[in-house]
Design a protein around this ligand. Structure first.
Ligand code: CA
Length: 270
């Protein structure tokens, strides 16, 4: 086995496949503005390599992993345009991965194509309920897989539709493990809902939508209390303290809402 081949004995196989130069011509006529990234999660080496090869020939940037744990790590840290996910995997199974990806991280609305064995009749329902977008039973023809993958990549993402429909000030913000959804007035810290008062929410939203920008106490007063007759700049300090207790891991050593001595406050740079 050569160095470029995949290890069959290691617990996890991760490699990025790039099509050889000559092969890129095929994808030229349908070249996208940006090369789509695909994560393939499949423990059977020959299927994994087949998918990698053919999606690579389509001009896609393909990364493949062989076990569930590694899939969670990759899907939790980098955004992909498509995930092809085998149901039966060592470690964490495909359904659990699907649910975890949908729950949090950068791939919550990524299209997921689930691969299963044909005899597992209930997989289709299970797979779709878990948040998969499409399903392909093994053994499948590679042309069909490529066609399904292409169809999923063409489908507009939920986040794109939402972004087009929602005014900028109401778009959800992701920053330092926080998910802030102004339309629903909801905040999640590492996936867990946190209750904030209207003032706490406004303060967080102002700072989080301008990371790294310092706001004076006076500037925050006018934004957080539109009718600020009875509040003073000290009120901003108390509000910051309360907000930190809600969202910071250690409110005494904040990592998200930072004090800028002599100036005011800012959200930490991203
Ligand atoms: Ca399998």
């Amino acid at each position: 086995m050569t160095g470029s081949s995949c290890q069959r004995d290691g617990p996890v196989v991760t490699k990025r496949w790039q099509p050889p130069r000559g092969a890129r011509g095929k994808a030229k006529c349908e070249k996208l503005a940006r090369v789509s990234r695909v994560l393939v999660v499949e423990d059977e080496a020959h299927i994994r390599e087949l998918i990698q090869l053919h999606l690579g020939l389509e001009g896609l940037d393909v990364e493949a992993v062989a076990d569930g744990q590694q899939a969670l790590v990759r899907a939790g840290s980098d955004p992909f345009d498509l995930i092809i996910l085998d149901l039966m995997l060592p470690g964490v199974d495909g359904i659990s991965i699907c649910r975890a990806v949908r729950r949090e991280g950068p791939n919550q609305d990524v299209p997921i194509l689930m691969l299963t064995a044909r005899r597992e009749e209930s997989d289709k329902v299970l797979g779709l309920e878990s948040g998969a977008d499409d399903y392909l039973a093994k053994p499948f023809g590679i042309r069909e897989l490529v066609a399904r993958a292409r169809a999923l990549l063409r489908r507009p993402r939920r986040s794109q539709l939402q972004a087009a429909a929602v005014p900028a000030g109401e778009r959800p913000v992701e920053i330092h493990g926080l998910h802030i959804d102004p339309a629903r007035r909801r905040v999640r810290v590492k996936g867990i809902d946190v209750d904030l008062t209207a003032q706490e929410f406004r303060l967080l939203h102002v700072l989080a939508t301008h990371p790294g920008i310092v706001f004076s106490r006076e500037a925050l007063l006018t934004r957080v209390w539109p009718d600020h007759t009875f509040v003073t700049e000290r009120s901003v300090d108390s509000l910051v303290k309360r907000l930190r207790r809600r969202i910071e891991k250690d409110p005494a050593n904040p990592e998200i809402i930072l004090t800028v001595w002599g100036s005011g406050y800012k959200a930490a740079d991203v």
